[in-house]
Design a protein around this ligand. Structure first.
Ligand SMILES: [Mg+2]
Ligand SMILES: [Zn+2]
Length: 276
C-alpha cells in the first residue's frame, strides 16, 4: 500500500520551533539577527549569521549540539513511524536547510523514513564555516511564482508540482504545514488530496481567508498527539476509500459472471428431484 504521499514542512510541523531561530537564540546571536532581518532576505541572513557565529568562535559542533535540543514531540515521531510502516511515501519540503534538518532527523533516528528532502542546500567551507545557499538562486532569476507569499529562494508550490509530475496521478497527497510558504503548495493540491494546516498559524489563516480557493480537503491540527491522530485518521480513510473502490470493481465483475449461471438455477431442484 504505497498510494499515499505525505509531505511535511519541517519547522513548527515536525519540530515544534523554527530551527533557524533556535540556533541563533541558542548561540546568543538574537540581537544581531533582529538588527539585520529588515536589511536582507531570510535565506541570505542565515548564511550571514553562520559567518558571524564562526567569527565568534562557534563551531559546526556547537551548531549541531544546539539543533539536537530542538523540541520534537514523541507523538510526532510515532506518527512518522506509523505512516511509514503503513507504506506511505514520506517527504519533506522546507525552507530551513539540509544541515539543520539532517542533524535533527539523524539525532532522532528518523532520517531513513523520508524518501526525499527538498530544502536549501548547505556546505561546510574550507574554514569550517557552515554556508547556507538558496534552493532557488534568486540572484540570477526569479522563480516566477505569482502568489506573493513564497520567499524569493523557494516556491514550495513548484516543488509539489514536480513531485506530482514524477509519479502516478492516482497517488493521494496529504500536506502538513504551518507557514506562509506552505500556502502555495496547498493551492496546488488536487481533489482527493488533504491539507493539514497547524491551527491558528499563518497557513491556517491564509486558508480560512477563502477556503473555496482550495481543491483539497482541510483538516487542522495542534502540535503533538493531535497531529498524529489527524494524520493517521486521514491515512486510514484513504486506505478504506481505495479498498472499497477495489471491492466495488470486483463485485461488478462477479455480477457479470453470475448472470449465465443464474439462468440455470431453476433446473437444479428438478435434477435433484429426478435422482430421488
Ligand atoms: Mg513551518
Ligand atoms: Zn509559489
Amino acid at each position: 500500500m504505497a498510494g499515499i504521499v505525505v509531505v511535511f514542512d519541517f519547522d513548527k510541523t515536525i519540530i515544534d520551533c523554527d530551527s533557524d531561530n533556535w540556533v541563533v537564540d541558542a548561540l546568543g546571536a538574537t540581537d544581531l539577527f533582529n538588527q539585520l532581518l529588515p536589511t536582507m532576505p531570510w535565506n541570505h541572513l542565515m548564511d550571514r549569521m553562520m559567518k558571524e557565529l564562526h567569527s565568534q568562535g562557534k563551531t559546526i559542533e556547537d551548531i549541531a549540539e544546539s539543533l539536537k535540543t530542538a523540541p520534537l514531540h514523541p507523538r510526532v515521531i510515532s506518527a512518522i513511524k506509523s505512516a511509514y510502516a503503513i507504506g506511505c511515501d514520506l517527504r519533506i519540503v522546507s525552507d530551513a536547510n539540509i544541515f539543520f534538518i539532517e542533524t535533527i532527523l539523524k539525532h532522532h533516528g528518523l532520517v531513513d523514513y523520508f524518501s526525499e528532502i527538498n530544502t536549501n542546500p548547505s556546505l561546510i567551507d574550507e574554514e569550517g564555516k557552515l554556508r547556507i545557499l538558496p534552493f532557488h538562486d534568486f540572484t540570477t532569476s526569479s522563480h516566477g511564482c505569482g502568489t506573493h507569499v513564497c520567499p524569493p529562494n523557494m516556491c514550495k508550490g513548484q516543488i509539489i508540482e514536480r513531485i506530482f509530475a514524477s509519479m502516478d496521478a492516482k497517488k493521494r497527497f496529504i500536506y502538513l504545514g504551518d507557514g506562509n510558504g506552505d500556502y502555495c503548495p496547498s493551492l496546488k493540491l488536487r481533489e482527493g488530496d488533504f491539507v493539514m494546516p497547524r491551527k491558528n498559524l499563518q497557513l491556517w489563516d491564509l486558508i480560512n481567508g477563502d477556503p473555496s480557493l482550495l481543491k483539497a480537503e482541510v483538516h487542522g491540527w495542534n502540535y503533538g498527539e493531535d497531529q498524529e491522530r489527524v494524520l493517521l485518521q486521514l491515512v486510514n480513510r484513504i486506505i478504506l476509500e481505495e479498498s472499497s473502490s477495489t471491492v466495488q470493481l470486483l463485485s461488478t465483475d462477479c455480477k457479470l459472471q453470475t448472470v449465465p449461471i443464474s439462468t440455470h438455477e431453476p433446473l437444479l431442484p428438478q435434477a435433484l428431484r429426478v435422482t430421488h
